[in-house]
Structure formats: C-alpha cells, structure tokens
Design a protein around this ligand. Structure first.
Ligand code: LMR
Length: 355
C-alpha cells in the first residue's frame, strides 16, 4: 500500500510539475507576444482546458463516457475547449478529487454519488438504499425527474453544479466464501466507497464495513485488509477484483450511479455560447454512457466467468428476498441521515412494485 501511495504521490508531483511548467511556458509566450506589440485579444487564443478526473479505467462505462464527452466537446466548440481526461485515479483519488474540484485544480468529475458526503451533500446517499430501483429504467426515470433536480440543487450552495447522472448498473458483492444467506456476511470486513447507507446495510447483515479509496481496493482484498467488497461487473473486471475474490454474488442489492459535476465559478464564467456547446456535448455523452452501461456490465460478467478465477452466484428470488428483509431497516435508519424530504420524493417517484 505504501508503494502505491508513493507512486500516487509521484504521479501527482509530476502532474503538478507539468502544470507549473505549462504556466511558465504560457507566461513566456504572452511576454513574447507583448514584445511583438500584438493586441491582447489576439494573444488570448489558448483553448480553454477542462481537466476531467475520474477513478475507473478508460474501458468502463464512465471511462468511455468521459472520452465521448471529450470528443464531442472539442468538436462542438471547434477546438476552443480542450478536455484532458485523467482516468484510473491517475491524478487524484476519491476524496482528493473532490477537494481538487472545489479548489479549481480540476474542472470536472464524475464521482459515484456514494462519495458526496465530504461535499456536504449526504442526501445523495439516498440513492444507495438497498433494493431501491427495480431496474435500470426506474433508476433513469428517477434521476432525470424531480429527485435528480432536487439533489443537484443541494450542491449549489457548495459552489458545485451537477450536469448529469451517469449509470453504471447494479452492484455485486463478493468474498472468499459464498455469500448466499444474510448469515454468510457475519464477521466479514467489507470495503465500501463512502456512503453511510451502505455502511448501514452491511452492518445489518453482520458485516464490518470500512471506507477505502477505489484505487486501494485490489491490494486491500489481496492482502486481507478487507475480506470482501461490492461493485459493478465492469469495475470487478477492470480493477481485477475477481482475481482476489473466490465468490461473487449477483443480487442487484444496490445501484451505482455517478453525478457529473463542475466547479460553478468555472462553468458560469465560460462564454455562454461555449457553455451551450458543452451542454449539448454533455447531453449526448450522457445518453451514450447510459445506453452502453448494461451491455458493458453483461459483457464484463461473461469475461469474469470465462476467466474461471471466481464463481458467480446469481441469487434466486427467495434468496434475494432474505437479503432484502435483512437490509430493510436501512430505510428507517436513513431518515436521520439523508432526511425525510429526499425519501419522500423518492417514494413518490418510484413505482409501487418495488415496495
Ligand atoms: C467505487 O469507489 O467503488 C466506485 O465509486 C468507483 C467508480 O467510480 O465506479
């Protein structure tokens, strides 16, 4: 772990170094133009840079969505905007990237909504409630509707603007022993990404949850710092978690979604025309990401199965029902964490077949 941290610090130092030398180069170029007597407007032709930092690999729904946004943003602005995508925690880890956004060191992120408490927006954790969404369609409807808007309003006071929700499907959960009944979770340590709602449902199953950054999970599983984790198939595949977990259960017990967020000062400071072009790019990148998520995850499950390195258990309806019953007290508990308002909005939005 210390090697990973050192490497991470090294990468960041290189990043900072590169930024510093870029600034020096820019300052030099401006000074040169001034000497030539060119008007300032003619000098200000540098593209606007958007640094988009995220923690998954480029070949995940989020990674592909970020690349799609880059392609469309650069196309629609005719090159006036340059999007630099930093994938796989290469620039910042989970909590650091949120701080970096607030400080303006990066301009765009797409964290999972389970990581929004450090932003002062723990209401987002309502989306982590167990067995909340019946399917992807229901998830999409809810986040596009009043719940999504209400959540984004919560960010405004923090200097952050929400642009879109991106999908990454339902979590699986794993350990080195089969997790079939609630009793199987007893006494196992599970990595969670940040949400207290997830903390709660693991505790109700007798598990011992702990928060770790995404980039640290593989090693924590490998060395036994934790016994298990939850995540979507595409993340199990691309982070190789399946290599160090002998059993994975698919029960669709919770959903993983991202909110694409920007620093409001930066976003509102953009020329209106450019912001419009970027909005269009984001809308299309969102449709694209949400349209590939299910298939990407299905393909990932197939690849994990084909590896022969782990066993995937698809839970039967009665087995799922037993998990659901054990986790349901999370809803009552959540009133004190996320507040009643978002829970009421959610229950209005969600089809009655779920509960
Ligand atoms: C996690 O930390 O497990 C996820 O939020 C990672 C991601 O961004 O998909």
């Amino acid at each position: 772990m210390s090697t990973a941290r050192a490497a991470d610090r090294g990468r960041r130092a290189v990043g900072l170094g590169a930024r510093a030398s870029l600034r020096v180069l820019l300052a030099g170029a401006v000074a040169g133009l001034l000497l030539l007597g060119l008007p300032f407007a003619a000098q200000a032709q540098q593209p606007i840079a958007i640094k988009f930092s995220h923690v998954t690999t480029p070949d995940t729904p989020k990674g592909k969505g970020a690349e799609k946004f880059k392609e469309l943003a650069e196309k629609y602005t005719g090159g006036k905007v340059k999007v630099e995508v930093y994938a796989n925690s290469q620039l910042y880890k989970d909590k650091e990237e949120i701080e970096a956004l607030q400080l303006g060191a990066v301009q765009m992120l797409a964290p999972s909504t389970a990581k929004f408490a450090p932003l002062g927006a723990k209401e987002f954790e309502a989306l982590d409630l167990p067995f909340l969404f019946a399917d992807e369609e229901e998830y999409a409807q809810v986040t596009k509707g009043p719940v999504g808007k209400w959540l984004f309003q919560k960010l405004e006071a923090k200097g952050i603007s929400g642009l879109a929700f991106w999908d990454n499907g339902f979590h699986m959960v794993s350990a080195n022993r089969p997790l079939i009944t609630p009793a199987d979770f007893q006494g196992l340590k599970f990595r969670i990404s940040g949400s207290k709602v997830a903390d709660q449902y693991f505790r109700l199953l007798g598990g011992l949850p702990q928060i770790l950054a995404f980039s640290e999970v593989y090693q924590a599983l490998q060395t036994g710092v934790v016994d298990g984790c939850e995540n979507t198939p595409s993340n199990y595949l691309t982070q190789k978690f399946y290599e160090v977990q002998r059993h994975i259960s698919a029960a669709d017990h919770a959903h993983l979604q991202y909110a694409v967020i920007v620093n409001t000062k930066f976003w509102n400071g953009l020329p209106a025309e450019i912001r419009g072009q970027l909005d269009k790019a984001m809308n299309e990148a969102t449709d694209y990401t949400n349209s590939i998520a299910s298939k990407e995850n299905e393909d990932s499950i197939a690849q994990i199965e084909a590896s022969g390195k782990t066993t995937i258990h698809v839970l039967t309806q009665p087995q799922r029902q037993a998990w659901k019953t054990a986790m349901m007290p999370t809803y009552e508990w959540a009133k004190g964490r996320v507040g009643r308002e978002v829970l009421e909005l959610l229950s209005k939005a969600i089809d009655s077949r779920t509960h």
